[in-house]
Design a protein around this ligand. Structure first.
Ligand code: NAD
Ligand code: ZN
Length: 364
């Protein structure tokens, strides 16, 4: 086996760092060569989601073949693992495995393990090397990129964490073959978001997408375009002080729906599906977005099994209340992201609350 990794498909300049993204079927085999080739420490701690153990084993194997010392820790699947107790457990396991300052943590899993193991890498011995190896579609197009890491508190999601960039992101599209249809759809809701943010060719690709996951080369191309969009935004605004807000398209209403439904009825991507449609409706009202975009988007979302109607058990009053209670760093009432057209995005919009309410009611 070759010990040099191929050229990354994207190299993002974020602050003083450069973050290479490797993408394609079989890419997990690159993790060992990438770490060994960097010439730093000789240890790797593979933190893997329990639902995708085989991918952790592939990474561990590639690290062993590259001559690294390897320890593997499994994290139980699910958001409940993203907590301080689990961070302590992983930190102590890392210490017992002899992981030192120049060694690496490799996060193998979806956003839960990416955020948890990413924060472990940011905090363990004040920061060790990190490779993100996302295994869900959502993690490939969103959570593994941009450096946000952290854990939840009972008081709030993502309340403790750090912005910490990985030294590489390795996306192996072949692992998506084992991801459930529901999780694939949820990731696709974020893909639709990028289609709307970027417009043009990406919007057309998204609207024409066949059954998920879809043909491998095309899928890799789709993921690359979404990742490029996110990394471009992050490169401009790593610490989320301005432009990064555009990534919240569909998330103001989406979070309200997710929370009002008790984080139970809807998975994140499903709530975002509804949130995107509400944001498009408000955009029609406030910015004259052509209604065809909402129709096309709804058809695309529905075709991939995402909800386009709000479940009657969700109380619209509660959605609105949660939205206006959500943290408003700049004092604006709703702080939504709206579109004039796909690719023509405005952040920090403060639409008439009655219009927003009507857009949510219309979903029901
Ligand atoms: N850091 C960020 O910028 C950012 C952005 C968006 C979301 N997030 C976070 O991401 C998390 C959600 O991530 P997610 O949607 O990837 O969920 P997840 O990590 O919980 O993974 C979803 C499920 O898929 C399983 N799984 C993962 N890969 C698999 C595969 N290839 N085959 C079979 N099963 C597989 C997991 O076991 C899990 O049950 C949330 O905690 C959210 O806060 C972070
Ligand atoms: Zn999201």
């Amino acid at each position: 086996m070759s010990t040099t990794a191929p050229e990354p498909v994207i190299t993002a300049g974020i602050g003083a760092r450069s973050v290479p993204v490797h993408l394609g079927a079989g890419a997990l085999a690159l993790v060992g060569p990438l770490l060994a080739g960097a010439g730093a420490g000789d240890g790797a701690l593979v933190v893997v989601d329990g639902g995708v153990a085989y991918a952790g084993e592939q990474v561990a194997q590639s690290c062993r073949e590259a001559g690294l010392r390897v320890a593997v820790i499994s994290v139980p699947a699910g958001e409940a693992s993203k907590n301080l107790g689990e961070l302590e457990r992983l930190s102590r396991e890392a210490a017992r495995a002899g992981i030192r300052r120049r060694d690496a943590v490799v996060a193998v899993g979806g956003g839960v393990v990416g955020d948890l193991a990413g924060f472990l890498a940011a905090s363990y011995q004040r920061g060790v090397r990190l490779v993100q190896a996302p295994t869900t579609l959502l993690a490939m197009v969103d959570s593994s990129l941009g450096g946000k890491t952290g854990v939840d508190l009972p008081e709030g999601k993502n309340y403790v964490g750090a912005v910490y960039q990985p030294e590489a992101v390795v996306m192996d599209t072949s692992v998506l073959a084992t991801l459930s249809a529901r999780e694939l759809s949820c990731g696709f809701a974020e893909v639709v978001k990028y289609g709307l943010l970027v417009g043009g060719e990406l919007m057309d690709m998204v609207a024409a997408w066949p059954d998920l996951p879809g043909p491998d080369a095309e899928l890799a191309d789709l993921i690359r375009r979404c990742a490029e969009c996110k990394l471009e935004v992050v490169a401009e605004d790593e610490f989320d002080l301005g432009r990064r807000a555009i990534l919240n398209l569909g998330h103001t209403v989406g979070h309200g729906i997710e929370a009002a439904a008790g984080y139970d009825l809807y998975h994140h991507g499903e709530a975002i599906s509804l949130g995107l449609l509400a944001a498009l409706r408000v955009s029609e009202h406030s910015l004259d977005l052509a209604p065809e975009w909402r129709d096309r988007t709804a058809a695309t979302l529905a075709r991939h099994g995402l909800p386009v109607r709000l479940d009657p058990s969700v109380d619209v009053d509660q959605v609105v209340e949660i939205m206006s209670r959500d943290k408003k760093s700049d004092g604006r009432a709703l702080n939504m992201v709206l579109l004039r057209a796909p690719g023509d995005v405005l952040t920090h919009q403060d639409p008439d609350p009655a219009v927003v309410r009507a857009a949510i009611e219309e979903l029901a």
